[in-house]
Design a protein around this ligand. Structure first.
Ligand code: TYM
Length: 344
């Protein structure tokens, strides 16, 4: 078997998170919690995607401290940096280089379909940066630079991973002569668990997001027990008791959201969690959700605070991750450049 063939059989995870503002419960349940479980079975690479962060204006000094905070949150949640790679994206220049090559593979029509760009650019589309428009191309480069096969993310990233598959497939068609020589495997999204799309606590039809103006809409990983408790107490609900079936629950966005959060935090299916609460009102359910959220998140925020006292240590961890990431990325980019026909 050639090296390339054996490389195709190897499973490898890549996922990323932006260093912008506070990480919230959606980031934790939709992504980081799954990363922690998966790292034991599949070789994993996690990146703090600072090149993606600058697609919208950033304050340079805040970007640096957000990068530290996100690294601390990932480690405090249980990512073992002896086992998995953790680094910041801009430190491995191959991401930007591969993104350029993919810019010449990806079609404008494909990017025009991206719903996240439409949401983020809003009405002021003409004023959005070219970087924001090309954001999913860089994401494809992140994933494929490591020939990753699995991409654990929240539901909102699914369309971007489908684009990465289109880019991989198109690259294979353009630069390899038959299927057996395909250079890239098509990466699979892994959208796992009961909280793949955590919604705002103030409006169950809107995604929980870092950019929501209302801090009460989200639970931040840095929130105190008191803040978590107050936010859940004030979370929007409806006047009915909890139902005994998922179909009915799904028609009640706020109830569905809070129950999904509960089942994900307690590692059980939504069906099972419903058995515990069907027929009960929110005055019974909310205190139990509060206890569970505090029990899960408090140790993480405590550990984060303690890690953040030693930012030099975080820098060392990221540097080490950078070196390990480069060992994989450099030869892959070299092969890509050969296939494209560059003299290198
Ligand atoms: P970002 O930083 O917006 O979010 C990081 C991860 O958190 C998930 N997430 C959610 N999951 C459930 N409910 C929510 N409300 C919620 N909000 C966020 C996201 O799905 C994501 O998994 N483009 C990516 C970062 C990225 C990336 C990559 C991911 C860059 N390159 C390559 C995977 C592979 C982003 O902006 O995530």
């Amino acid at each position: 078997m050639t090296n390339l063939q054996s490389d195709h059989l190897q499973k490898r995870i890549f996922s990323g998170i932006q260093p912008t503002g506070n990480l919230h419960l959606g980031n934790y349940l939709g992504a980081i919690k799954n990363w922690v479980n998966l790292q034991n079975d599949i070789y994993s690479i996690f990146s703090i995607v600072d090149l993606h962060a600058i697609t919208v204006p950033q304050e340079p000094s805040k970007l640096k401290s957000s990068t530290h905070e996100v690294a601390a949150a990932i480690i405090a949640s249980g990512i073992d940096t002896d086992k998995s790679i953790l680094f910041n994206q801009s430190s491995v220049k191959e991401h930007a280089e591969l993104a350029w090559i993919f810019n010449c593979v990806c079609r404008i029509g494909w990017l025009n379909r991206m719903t996240q760009f439409k949401e983020k650019a809003g009405k002021n589309r003409e004023n959005a940066t070219v970087g924001l428009y090309g954001y999913p191309v860089l994401m494809a480069a992140d994933i494929l630079l490591y020939k990753s096969t699995h991409v654990p993310v929240g539901d909102d990233q699914k369309q971007h991973i489908e684009l990465a598959r289109d880019i991989a497939s198109s690259f294979n068609n353009m630069f390899t002569s038959d299927e057996e020589d395909d250079f890239f495997d098509l990466p699979e999204p892994q959208i796992i668990g009961e909280a793949t799309r955590v919604m705002s606590l103030r409006d169950g039809t809107k995604k929980m997001s870092k950019s929501d103006a209302s801090d009460a809409s989200r639970i931040n990983l840095t929130d105190t027990a008191e803040e978590i408790s107050n936010k859940i107490k004030k979370a929007k609900t409806d006047p009915h008791p909890l139902p005994d079936n998922i179909e009915e629950l799904k028609e009640r966005p706020e109830a569905h959201n809070l129950m999904s959060i509960y089942s994900s935090l307690s590692d059980q299916t939504l069906e099972k969690a419903l058995i515990e609460f069907s027929g009960k009102g929110f005055s019974y359910f909310k205190p139990r959700l509060i206890d569970l959220a505090i029990e899960t998140l408090s140790p993480i925020s405590r550990e984060m605070r303690s890690l953040l006292k030693y930012r030099n240590e975080i820098d060392k961890i990221l540097k080490n991750g950078e070196q390990k990431a480069k060992e994989i990325a450099e030869p892959v980019l070299k092969d890509v450049k050969n296939l494209v026909g560059f003299v290198n």
